[in-house]
Ligand binder design. Sequence first.
Ligand SMILES: NC(=O)c1ccc[n+]([C@@H]2O[C@H](COP(=O)([O-])OP(=O)(O)OC[C@H]3O[C@@H](n4cnc5c(N)ncnc54)[C@H](O)[C@@H]3O)[C@@H](O)[C@H]2O)c1
Length: 350
Amino acid sequence: MQNKISQKYINKKFWRKKTVLITGVNGFIGGNLVKLLISLGANVIGISNDRKKDRFLKYEGLLNKIKYYKADISNYNQIKKIVSENNISICFHLAAQVDVNIAKNEPFHTFESNIRGTYNLLEVLRTSKKIKSIIVASSDKAYGEYELNKLPYEETYDLRPRFPYDVSKACADLITKSYSTSLFNLPVITTRFSNIYGPGQLNFTALIPDCMLANFGYRKFIPRGNGRNKRDFLYVEDVCDLYLCLGYYLYNDNKLSGEIFNAGTGRGFRVDEIVNDICMLDNNKDLYCSIKKSYVGKKLTGEIQHQFMSYVKLNKMFGWKPHTEIKEGLRSTYKWYNGFLKKYNYKDFL
Ligand SMILES: NC(=O)c1ccc[n+]([C@@H]2O[C@H](COP(=O)([O-])OP(=O)(O)OC[C@H]3O[C@@H](n4cnc5c(N)ncnc54)[C@H](O)[C@@H]3O)[C@@H](O)[C@H]2O)c1
């Protein structure tokens, strides 16, 4: 959604013909970012190691509009070749193994992608002459657990993660910080965003897509906790707006290098509140009641209990704030899944 503040950084004058690298290009956020950048005339170079996930780009008619490399960011030589072949001036580093359950069971693969992948990329970009703006996706999970009365999380909080995915993001986050110092002077900003939802999210173990599937009757929803855990949810359009905001400002002012930005809505939503909102999209009271019963005796393990994020720093520095109310975002998301799941089988994404 365009407004006076976003007109400054979401415009064709700036983005047209800029060569932008997106790692994790066929992922949820990568795909949505491609959509926005292509509409602004940017040349998008994309990297992903898993072309099975291309269906979002295909469905949105974006696949043939980007220069696409199948490559693994944990392979230094592959990344070096891609960067040397393209005059990249802006990079959004989104590629990561994001499935918390996979991270719990196979930490090695998660560490390879999320940690080695990040220093490979930054090391290669360090030797690139043209790069002016790099935005690295860390995560709210990098902070680890804080008491509910300390929330929302602010950028000044220490990173104290414990679980594998959270640790992998914190490592990438700290590595990024070291590349921004005067030793290397790489123009890089780190983002620590809350949970994100919206069209294109094909990781069906995440709460909202998982519950959408149950609501459409595709499978049973099995809650991981008792429904009382609090989470924050940003709509993907707001996130893409914010990525462009950061990419633009860092490009024009390298003094922003090393900055870290949290984003969320600033409030926590109880999991059962979100589940209720999704069930009510179809007035599906029976489903809500059966999920409610299954919360009993469940305890969230290997995950942070409560998390929500402040966006005060972003608002002070750039006037940025999230625009999409949760109910409105869930309605658009529902409509999108309704169309997408008629064409594709969700099982292809498991
Ligand atoms: N989705 C969220 O709720 C959320 C919240 C906070 C932060 N983040 C961060 O944002 C980024 C993007 O998340 P997403 O939801 O779009 O995830 P996603 O799983 O939809 O996309 C990740 C992409 O990275 C690619 N990838 C994974 N490992 C790779 C490797 N070794 N080499 C090359 N490509 C690889 C995958 O193929 C996929 O295209 C991640 O870094 C994630 O940690 C996401």
